[in-house]
Write a protein that binds this ligand. Structure first.
Ligand code: NA7
Length: 294
């Protein structure tokens, strides 16, 4: 199976490396050419001039771009190079409606589309241990499963196109809760004068332990908010969750509160920092002694 990757950002680069290790990678493409060239040189595969060129090199195209409009733009770019029977697998986090639109457009060309957002972050992308949440034709997933198992530990089918994104939305609500809990509790710990170096392994080893605490706790306390997972992307994801929730006529407090908090930080120019920069707001609560602020 020949696989191409379009979109070599933080997540796409890890996927491309793992597909290359599995000897499945036939080529790459990236909008900013210098980034694409660096990966092509590192992995010894061709760099396509445009998405259609990449589609011509492979049977399966894995896309990993920022947001909804970006995916639709890349899909249109791929179409001239896609023949019937080829597969586009989108690992970006986008809206259910956008995934359906992409699938419809590709269906006109006899091309299958799977929505396959991932969880596990840049560390999971680098290690090839992502969890892949898939919507679309289950037979197509079985056909391309070796490619999914090169980028992840597991690829789980949830239903028709859009159901991968629904599963991802649930994941992103849970991540909001974790980042809220960890940033708030650690700012409390710091303000209480506790030795946080002693405290962190205790928290990690007990009932409050989580991967987020393990990976981000000490960096949060040190004020190191290098991404990671950019806050602007999690903000985008929570707005997608909000849209799905509105179709159920529900506002979830965690989603609403986290969007509000992120917006305060985005307005101050912190959108390109890791989502753990939420800690900035929590620290300010203690500095300002504000009992009302949520
Ligand atoms: P990054 O590191 O911000 O990378 C985004 C990638 O998407 C990067 O390669 C971009 O190319 C590419 N991109 C963005 N917009 C476009 C358009 N319009 N056309 C083509 N390529 C585009 O994000 P992550 O890798 O962390 O995340 C990717 C997705 O996974 C996202 O949905 C997350 O929520 C989950 P560039 O190099 O800027 O030219």
């Amino acid at each position: 199976m020949k696989v191409g990757v379009a979109g070599l950002g933080v997540m796409g680069r890890g996927m491309a490396r793992n597909l290359a290790s599995a000897e499945l990678l036939a080529g790459v493409w990236n909008r900013t050419r210098s980034r694409g060239q660096a990966m092509a040189d590192e992995l010894g595969v061709p760099l396509a001039d445009d998405p259609a060129g990449l589609a011509g090199l492979c049977e399966v195209v894995v896309t990993c771009v920022s947001a909804d409009d970006d995916l639709l733009e890349v899909v249109e770019g791929l179409r001239p190079g896609l023949d019937a029977g080829k597969v586009v697998v989108d690992t970006s986090t986008i809206g259910v409606d956008t995934a359906e639109t992409a699938a419809e457009r590709l269906r006109e060309d006899g091309v299958a589309f799977l929505d396959a957002p991932v969880t596990g972050g840049p560390e999971g992308a680098d290690a090839g241990t992502l969890q892949v949440m898939v919507g679309g034709d289950p037979d197509v997933l079985e056909r391309i499963r070796p490619a999914m198992l090169a980028i992840g530990s597991e690829a789980t089918h949830f239903g028709p196109v859009g159901y991968g994104q629904r599963a991802k939305a649930v994941n992103q609500v849970m991540v909001a809760g974790l980042v809220q809990a960890v940033s708030e509790a650690l700012s409390f710990a710091d303000a209480s004068g506790l030795d946080t170096e002693r405290l962190l392994p205790v928290l990690t080893g007990g009932a409050a332990g989580s991967r987020l605490l393990e990976r981000r706790g000490s960096r949060m306390l040190a004020g190191d908010f290098e991404p990671g997972f950019r806050m602007a992307l999690h903000h985008k994801d929570l707005n997608l969750c909000r849209r799905l929730l509105q179709s159920l006529d529900v506002n979830l407090p965690l989603v609403e509160m986290t969007i509000k908090h992120y917006e305060r930080l985005l307005d101050r120019g912190y959108g390109d920092e890791d989502m753990s920069a939420l800690y900035r707001l929590k620290r300010e609560l203690f500095e300002n002694g504000n009992r009302k602020s949520l």
